[in-house]
Design a protein around this ligand. Structure first.
Ligand code: COA
Length: 191
C-alpha cells in the first residue's frame, strides 16, 4: 500500500502499548547515536522518566505530542486505526504573553531503521502544522554540533541563531550547543 504516514496528536497514557512504543523508539534512537537528550546505552528508566515529564507538560497544555504513524487499510476509514509509530516529537507551547507566538521543538526523532526516507521532513512538517494550529509564528530548536543535523534543518528552512562552542559536555568530549530557528508564516526570519 502506497500511502503517506498518518499523523496522530494527543496524549499517550503510561502503561499503554502506545507509551511503550515511544520509550522503545527513544531508546533505539539513543543507541543508534541520535542526539535527543541521551547517549547510547542510556537506561530505559531514565528515558521513560524524560518522556513522562514531557507528557505531563502535554497534559497541562504546555506542549503537544506529534506522532508519525504507519497507515493501515483500516485507518483509511478510521483515523485511530493506525499502525506502529515511525517517529515523534514535541511542540513546546510557552504561555507567557511576550513569547506566546513562539514554540520550540524537542525530541524530534525517526525510527533509525527508516531513516533517509523523507520521514524526518514529514515529521517536521507535522510539528510545524501543529505549532501553527496553536497560533505559533516562530519555531526554534537546539541541536548537538558535529552531528550534521544543521544541514538537515537548513533544508527545512531553519537558520542558525546561536552557537555556544563546547556548550554540551558528552562522554566523548565537548560539542557545540547550536540553536536554529525559522518563521512558520512564510516570512523570512531576518527582515
Ligand atoms: C534527524 C532525523 C529526524 C531525520 O530523519 P530522516 O527520516 O532520516 O530524514 P529525511 O529522510 O527526511 O532526510 C531529509 C534530508 O536530510 C538529510 N539528513 C537527515 N538527517 C541528517 C543528518 N543527521 N545529517 C545530515 N543530513 C541529514 C537526509 O540525507 C536528506 O537529504 P536529501 O533530501 O538530500 O536526501 C533522524 O535522522 C533522526 O531521528 N535522528 C536521530 C534523532 C536526532 O538526532 N534528532 C535531532 C534532534 S535535534
Amino acid at each position: 500500500m502506497l500511502r503517506s504516514p498518518d499523523v496522530a496528536t494527543g496524549l499517550v497514557e503510561p502503561g499503554t502499548a502506545a507509551y511503550d512504543e515511544l520509550v522503545d523508539l527513544w531508546v533505539r534512537v539513543n543507541d543508534a547515536g541520535g542526539a535527543v537528550g541521551f547517549e547510547p546505552g542510556a537506561p530505559r528508566a531514565q528515558v521513560a522518566a524524560s518522556l513522562d515529564r514531557r507528557l505531563a507538560d502535554c497534559a497541562e497544555g504546555r506542549a503537544e505530542l506529534v506522532r508519525l504513524v504507519e497507515p493501515t487499510i483500516a485507518s483509511w476509514d478510521d483515523p485511530s486505526a493506525y499502525g506502529p509509530v515511525l517517529g515523534f516529537g514535541f511542540v513546546d507551547l510557552p504561555q507567557p504573553r511576550n513569547i506566546a507566538h513562539r514554540t520550540r521543538l524537542y525530541a524530534v526523532m525517526v525510527d533509525p531503521q527508516r531513516r533517509g526516507r523523507n520521514l524526518g521532513r514529514l515529521l517536521l512538517g507535522s510539528l510545524h502544522a501543529c505549532a501553527r494550529e496553536h497560533g505559533r509564528e516562530i519555531v526554534d530548536l537546539g541541536y548537538r554540533g558535529g552531528t550534521g543535523l544543521g544541514d538537515f534543518y537548513a533544508t527545512c528552512g531553519y537558520v542558525e541563531t546561536g552557537r555556544i562552542p563546547g556548550g554540551l559536555r558528552l562522554s566523548t568530549g565537548d560539542r557545540d550547543d547550536v540553536t536554529m530557528a525559522r518563521r512558520l508564516d512564510g516570512h523570512p526570519l531576518h527582515g
